[in-house]
Every structure is written in structure tokens, then in C-alpha cells.
Design a protein around this ligand. Structure first.
Ligand code: GAR
Length: 206
């Protein structure tokens, strides 16, 4: 068992409702041995930055346009992660594919939330992809990040029904409600040392 304190960094690009769910679950004691120490955004005016500041969390904009290439951009992020002694990185609506500069030092310590039942509908606009395909069930997935796009070992998934009168927006909000439950739960399990990666499978050892 691992009961040491973990400093979390959350990478965001937008609204930050999943960031908020993580913060709330830490503040209400559901995730006892972790704190969000740093929020990094690749979008200057992302609302997630405001949410972080409202909770006294350092929120830093790293501008991809200021670096010649992805490796340079990710080196800056890596530098910040080291400075804040980060033990777990969460991708919470971070709309970039993570490259080796950032992934390699955090392999097995980087977790993403995706708004579809992977391996179906990876990449962008997953809810729209699922809706347009006409699936009757969709959902969300929390997984460790690997070199692929949304291909890493799955930690938790949650299903939602697609109903006859749904619009893409209604479906997305039904999925989001479940995202806000399974992402904090995955973080709680990680922070308490209960996730074992075995090949491409994650075993939960409660
Ligand atoms: C969430 O639905 C998340 O699953 C999705 O972006 C949204 C961010 O919302 N992520 C991806 O699509 C990643 N490919 P939020 O900023 O309110 O958490």
C-alpha cells in the first residue's frame, strides 16, 4: 500500500469541469493523500485556469507558439512538473497528443479521461463520433496514457444509454456527469497504490 502524499498536475485546454471534480473530491476528503499543486494550460484564457486560481492553485499558461517544436514545448512543461515535484499528471480535457518528451518520464503516472467507450471513438469529438455512428450505448473511459491516441491501459469505464430524443449535446452532458465520477475514483485508486498495470490490463487491488 502507498500512503504517501502525491502532488498532482492537471493539464487542461478548456472549461475544466473535470479539474473541478478532482479538486472537489480532494477538498471533501474522498481523495485523502493528494493535492492539485499545479494546473497547466496550452490555451491562454481557458476557464480551467480561473477554477484553479479560485482554489489557490498555481495555474500556468504555456504557449505552444513560443517554442520551435513539440519537444521544446513539452520540455518546458516537464521542467515545471519537476519544479513542483509532481507524482501524477492528469489530462483533463487537454487537447494535444502527448509526445515522448513528456510521456517517457511519466509513463504509468499519466492518466487521461476520454468521453467514449474506448477503443471505440478515440481522438477528437468522441461524443459526436458516437452520436453520428448511431450507437445505443456510449460512455467514458479513464486510462493510463501510452504512445498511441487514447490507446493506453484502461482503469475504469462507465456506460450511458443513448436515448431516442438525444442531441449530441444532451449525450455529451450525460457522459460528462459520469466522467466527474470515474476520474476522481481513478485518482483515488492511484493515490492509494491500488492500480497495478499488468501488460495492457490494469488490475484494481482494493
Ligand atoms: C471532457 O468531456 C473530456 O472527456 C474531453 O474533453 C472534455 C473536457 O471537459 N476530453 C477529450 O476529448 C480528450 N480527447 P472539461 O474541460 O470540462 O473537463
Amino acid at each position: 500500500m502507498n500512503n504517501t502524499h502525491i502532488n498532482i498536475a492537471v493539464l487542461v485546454s478548456g472549461r475544466g469541469s473535470n479539474l473541478q471534480a478532482i479538486i472537489d473530491n480532494i477538498e471533501n476528503g474522498t481523495i485523502p493523500n493528494a493535492s492539485v499543486s499545479l494546473v497547466i494550460s496550452d490555451i491562454k484564457d481557458a476557464y480551467a485556469m480561473e477554477r484553479a486560481k479560485n482554489h489557490g492553485i498555481d495555474a500556468i499558461f504555456v504557449d505552444p507558439a513560443s517554442y520551435p517544436d513539440k519537444a521544446g514545448f513539452e520540455s518546458k512543461i516537464l521542467h515545471l512538473l519537476k519544479e513542483y515535484n509532481i507524482g501524477l499528471v492528469l489530462l483533463a480535457g487537454y487537447m494535444r497528443v502527448v509526445g515522448p518528451t513528456l510521456l517517457d518520464p511519466f509513463k504509468g503516472r499519466m492518466i487521461n479521461i476520454h468521453p467514449a467507450l474506448l477503443p471505440s471513438f478515440p481522438g477528437l469529438h468522441a461524443q459526436q463520433q458516437a452520436f453520428d455512428h448511431g450507437v445505443k450505448v456510449s460512455g467514458c473511459t479513464v486510462h493510463f496514457v501510452d504512445e498511441g491516441v487514447d490507446t493506453g491501459p484502461i482503469i475504469i469505464q462507465k456506460c450511458v444509454l443513448v436515448l431516442e430524443d438525444d442531441t449530441q449535446d444532451i449525450l455529451a452532458s450525460r457522459i460528462l456527469e459520469q466522467e466527474h465520477k470515474i476520474f476522481p475514483e481513478a485518482v483515488r485508486l492511484f493515490a492509494s497504490g491500488k492500480l497495478n498495470i499488468e501488460g495492457h490490463k490494469v488490475r484494481i487491488v482494493e
